[in-house]
Design a protein around this ligand. Sequence first.
Ligand code: NFE
Length: 481
Amino acid sequence: MSKTLRIDPVTRVEGHLAVDTHVENGRVAEARVAGRMYRGFEQLLVGRHPVDAARITQRICGICHEVHGIAASIALEDLYGIVPSNNGLILRDLILGLHLVTDHIFHFYQLTLPDYLDFSRLDSYRGSDEGVLKLARLLKSSAGTFSQKGPVDAPADNAATLEMALGYAEAVRVRKMAASGLASLGGKVPFCHAILPGGVTTGVTSDRLMNYARALEVTSRFIRGSYLPHALALATFFPDYFEIGRSHGNFYANGGFSLVAGTPLFKPGVFLGDRGPGEIKLTNISEVEDASFRVSPGPDGENPAAYSWVKALHYDGVSMEVGPLARMVVSQNVGFRQRLKGFRQPQVKSSVMARILARACEADIICRYLLELLGTYRANEPTIHSPDMLAKPSGDGYGMSLAARGALNHQVTAVDGKVVRYRLQVPSAWNFGPTARGQLGTVEAALVGTPLKSASSSGKDSVEVGRIIRSFDPCLACAIH
Ligand code: NFE
């Protein structure tokens, strides 16, 4: 017995993601994951002043806005040969870190929980939290946006569902507060215009720092009091998901957040299946376009094997998983390992639930780092060492950074002060790339072999497929260039 399941577009995702799975005897036998909307930021930067990249690339995405400005700035510092100011580095980490954790909060409450919980139970809510009441009203009036009944395997625990719904409502308020903290350091949110090569242009006064400190305090309290316990509770309700959604077992992570201890909180490196850990060699990263559409078809026309606008990113010839789980694996984070010990399958390996828990643990780890980092800011020292905007550099610049969804690399090549080539190696391209050179893409590999209990008779829907895809927190707006 075989059938094809098509999810197109996948909802609650930025950009256009389509997933086809061929199911045989109740298991996913084949999977194709495709980005269907061309963006083209690599092309539109060609011919421009290099520093434009810091502003323009931020507009790639409305979700991870700050990260592209930061990665571009690091690449431009390399190109211009400038050393950023210490305060600028501190402000950059404060912005990046708080942005990252609020992105994780959003992913868990607004994007993930609707796949697991039956929010129709909110009918029994007798409290007065305006956010929960709004969510209950939204559910009643929005057939098609949320499943009205929730998935069949939703926990029957009313109290836990209501508590997480309270978390859902509180998450919206926390993100608003955090955005205000980010704006006080970055000028505005989204698309902080203060992030430029050499540091951050904002005149950071004590009231701006205080506003950030308040936002950070509220956010970290929410992470410790709600997000982390709720993520652990979800794992207790769905332990099978430690065995579902396993990819190739290859991980790639850039390092980051080294200003407090002098060594990175998250180490850079790779973990290659049976070969184990290793250092990153940039020459091992390749962009493979065998199965990707071309902007300008060659003389022999469009590539008939193409099915996605996303390019495949390979490391040493294999597909890699990136994201918070990759950062935990590469760094061999002890706290994360200990948290997993309470579960039936304690190994740290690629799975839906390990990804969800890695995000929550990472949010807690980053908040603790930011609280320490904040005290190292030195008033009266410069926040930026600006590049000479009239210089006409020629050469390459490489910016290795991190985003909520994983490692982020920007590469700029300039000739006589103009960009001639710009390459973006983005987390969702690492994870959502197509099959190329015989290698299934990372998410495709995570789907193949999955037993489907819940494929609907219409052949249109499967909870397991949706949960696997969403555990990677896709963003196709970022992935396609
Ligand atoms: Ni558009 Fe992004 C992040 C980047 S995604 S969300 O995080 O870079 O791949």
